[in-house]
Design a binder for this molecule. Structure first.
Ligand code: NAD
Length: 420
């Protein structure tokens, strides 16, 4: 996957289409066209082998008119300002569509965590948190897991952040990050939340379209947090997983790949591409898999002018952020492939992050049924809003989702005005 330049431009094009259609106020469009803050830190880390290395870390805070900045942290060699900007903007739209009291942000460090020991990973994470300092905070900007970051990384961030507070303040700051391990203040259901949200959305889409999910075939790109959970939860419906691709390659089995078994296999630090209960296929063959549903759950810009013509599905459910370029979108539309957009489809993660944040603020621990029930309710309401906008404006679901977000933001800007 080569670096995709101009990702922020892709977001801007998507937003402009919605803004034109709804006749968005020009002032609001101007404000939302750039992020509020962009923090770049270059921080040194003394590694376990004694060498010192300088890392580039980012935090882009796109907008906070609806509430504190909120969004994940990514550890990946391709992390750069343009990508983080785009991902931060998508968070602004996503939280607005879900009706959360949050704005949008994103961040990360440009490096490959797989090249470092766990001990060094902890040092890098802690030193990055220190470098960010007061640019994050439980009522200001709340990071969460994203690509190559997990609950352990969140625990280190929280611990470092708390260590920087006065002893009296520490207990009141647990909610500086979400996606923490349960014992360290995390929420049950957060781990699976994004995949669960994707599947709740798919259940609803199936109901609305008189489609039987138990007979469905699907394939998934990315088998990390989002991809593996979405795969397993779809499998619980009886749907058949035909192909999976991750950074090591792609595999296919027309009889179905057991998602639980594959999860156990990958969790044991084995390469997905070596999985013996399926055959190895190349990327083009993978993208051309004939199935009902494709769930991209890896990185952005995967469905493009090159790959969209290959797709042979009736529906794309975007688990990843920004997996489809504007050119890819146009081709899907021409081919009559339906699309459930990222800002709706993968919002389960940030919704349950919000529940975790609330639990921390109230010193509560909710049961899984409560978390899942509330997630279902919130994501269905978001689905309803997008569906209604698609009908009202006679437009595609991505544009409709942006219209919902922009309308909410525009209303708040109208009410609050622009200071001074
Ligand atoms: P992850 O690190 O757990 O998994 C990423 C997966 O993508 C891995 O299986 C990896 O091998 C695969 N991948 C990487 N490069 C690839 C390539 N070149 N081709 C095919 N597969 C490749 O990350 P995640 O948390 O599951 O995030 C995946 C996507 O979902 C990202 O776009 C992220 O922004 C988005 N997302 C995540 C969450 C969340 O809660 N974790 C929430 C909303 C959206």
């Amino acid at each position: 996957m080569a670096e995709k330049p101009g990702l922020y431009e892709n977001v801007t094009r998507q937003v402009d289409k919605a803004a034109d259609l709804m006749g968005l106020d020009a002032d609001v469009r101007e404000i939302l066209s750039m992020p509020t803050n962009e923090i770049v830190v270059h921080f040194p880390v003394k590694l376990t082998d004694g060498t010192v290395k300088l890392f580039d870390g980012y935090r882009v805070q796109h907008n906070n008119v609806l509430g504190p900045f909120k969004g994940g942290l990514r550890f990946h060699p391709l992390v750069n300002r343009d990508e983080v900007r785009a991902l931060a903007a998508w968070m602004t739209w996503k939280t607005a569509i879900a009706n959360l009291p949050y704005g949008g942000a994103k961040g990360g460090i440009q490096f490959d965590p797989k090249e470092y020991s766990l001990e060094d990973l902890e040092k890098i994470t802690r030193r990055f948190t220190f470098a960010l300092g007061d640019n994050i905070g439980p009522e200001y900007d709340i990071p969460a897991p994203d690509v190559n970051t997990n609950s352990q990384i969140m625990a280190w961030i929280m611990d470092t952040y708390l260590s920087m507070q006065s002893p009296h303040q520490r207990q009141a700051n647990f909610h500086v990050v979400t996606g923490k391990p349960i014992e360290s203040g995390g929420s049950v259901g957060r781990d699976k939340a994004t995949g669960q949200g994707v599947v709740y959305i798919l259940e609803r889409w199936a109901k609305d379209n008189h489609f039987d999910l138990s007979q469905a075939t699907y394939f998934v790109q990315g088998f990390g947090n989002v991809g593996s959970w979405a795969s397993r939860l779809m499998q619980q419906h009886g749907a058949r997983l035909l192909a999976v691709e991750d950074a090591t390659g792609a595999i296919y089995n027309p009889e179905g790949i057991n998602a639980d078994d594959l999860t156990t296999y990958v969790a044991a630090d084995r390469q997905l591409a070596d999985y013996q209960q399926a055959e190895y296929i190349d990327h083009e063959t993978f993208m051309a898999t004939k199935a009902d549903i494709f769930i991209p759950a890896a990185l952005e810009s995967q469905i493009t002018d090159i790959t969209a013509p290959l797709l042979n599905v009736m529906l794309v459910a975007e688990g990843a952020n920004g997996p489809t370029t504007p050119e890819g979108d146009a081709i899907l539309f021409d081919k009559g492939i339906q699309l459930l957009p990222d800002v709706l489809c993968n919002s389960g993660g940030v919704i349950v992050s919000y529940f975790e944040w609330l639990q921390n603020k109230r010193s509560e621990f909710w049961e899984l049924e409560e978390v899942d029930g509330k997630l279902h309710k919130m994501i269905m309401k978001a689905y309803d809003r997008v569906q209604k906008a698609a009908v009202d404006y006679d437009t595609d679901w991505r544009t409709a989702a942006y219209i919902v977000a922009l309308a909410r933001l525009a209303k708040v800007y109208r009410e609050r005005g622009i200071f001074p």
